[in-house]
Design a protein around this ligand. Structure first.
Ligand code: SF4
Length: 375
């Protein structure tokens, strides 16, 4: 271990920073020191690839150019702009943090790690990234990419998911960090993980710090690290939902904020239980969760979608409203909307596929409403 060797550390930093200066990708958030823009980009980049973030970053900044605008937007407006980017807790946390800054910090993004960490919704990584990149505070920001690089450089062979391992890797990162250019150094480590020190086939021949890397020098295949966790089978759920129609309007409800896909809108329904048909599941779920009486009509479509931790197959049915006032048990809000109004609400990715088809078929002539009837 070379962490007490100042010469080794200085050489490592110099090589990495030199490489970063020449090789870094041309990305919009690298051209600014504006802490708000850096904050938004760092949150978007967590668990999402750069090419996806590029599509959302400028759109988000256009809609919410500063902390105040973001704080004063409704959660629905924020989720709508975020729609499709996934991991919606990030959008809810951004919004919550912006409100806190407006209420307690004069609508200003604080300049130190400790102050940033006091804000609900800002975690260790984001606080370190913003404090170092926007304000030059020497704080190592350790995300998944950086963790992988560290495991290989130091040949770290423990399960990286434990808190003990995370603390050890944070300590390595803190020691490696360049005290003079902490923001660039953090970004260089992230860039190395994203472009060369990739999970499966690291490009060690091009790596600026290969001569310091124990995995490269001592193992047959550096990609053996970090140690993989036993992968659990991804659960697969079969769900059935109803597009409930009444006089050209469609019923939608909003999911609880704290659950999966929290705060997003949906067509009501739920998991199909053992021994139950999809039609029976739609009727049961809508009665149990909303106390609405419906008639299940034509089968409309099947949607398959893989979320980060589970997969679903969703069976969608047209339904006719028969009676009852919505009584919310799981959902938090509801609306009757025209098909052309669906686009104004944020929905999860699987439901967006249904909406795209509905828009193409039902947006203009409402008289094409489907007749109810069993398939
Ligand atoms: S030498 Fe290879 S394994 Fe080591 S840090 Fe560089 S790219 Fe990663």
């Amino acid at each position: 271990m070379k962490l007490d060797d100042e010469k080794w550390l200085a050489e490592f930093r110099e090589r990495l920073l030199q490489w970063f200066t020449g090789a870094q990708r041309d990305l919009p958030w690298r051209k600014t020191r504006d802490p708000y823009s850096i904050w938004i980009s760092e949150v978007m980049l967590q668990q999402t690839q750069v090419k996806t973030v590029l599509k959302y970053y400028s759109r988000f900044l256009q809609a919410f150019p500063d902390v105040e605008t973001l704080a004063h937007a409704s959660q629905q407006q924020v989720l709508k702009i975020w729609e499709g980017l996934g991991y919606y807790a990030r959008a809810r946390n951004l919004h919550k943090a912006a409100k806190y800054m407006v209420e307690h910090m004069g609508a200003r993004i604080p300049s130190t790690y400790d102050e940033l960490r006091r804000i609900p919704g800002i975690g260790e990584y984001t606080a370190a990234a913003v404090a170092s990149i926007a304000f030059g505070e020497p704080r190592a920001a350790v995300d998944g990419n950086v963790r992988r690089v560290l495991c290989r450089i130091f040949r770290f062979e423990e399960d990286v998911h434990s808190q003990k391992a995370r603390d050890a890797l944070q300590a390595y990162a803190d020691r490696l960090l360049s005290p003079d250019r902490p923001g660039d150094f953090n970004q260089a480590m992230m860039e190395l993980g994203a472009t060369l020190c990739t999970p499966r086939k690291p490009k060690c021949l091009l790596c600026p710090v290969s001569r310091f890397c124990r995995a490269r020098l001592e193992l047959d295949d550096p990609a053996m690290l970090p140690l993989k966790r036993q992968t659990r089978a991804v659960p697969h759920y079969r769900v059935a939902v109803g597009i409930i129609w009444d006089e050209g309007y469609i019923f939608i409800d909003r999911r609880d904020e704290n659950g999966m896909l929290g705060g997003l809108w949906e067509f009501p329904g739920g998991k199909i239980e053992n021994g139950e048909t999809a039609q029976e599941a739609v009727r049961r779920e809508i009665k149990e969760e909303l106390d609405l009486d419906i008639e299940v009509g034509d089968f409309y479509m099947e949607v398959r979608h893989a979320y980060s931790h589970f997969k679903i197959t969703m069976y969608v049915y047209h339904c006719l409203y028969k009676g009852g006032e919505p009584r919310l048990t799981a959902a938090r809000d509801w609306r009757w909307v025209k098909p052309e109004e669906l686009r104004f609400y944020p929905f999860a990715a699987a439901t967006q596929k249904v909406i795209r088809r509905l828009e193409s078929e039902f947006c203009k002539p409402p008289e094409r409403r489907p007749a109810a009837g069993r398939r």
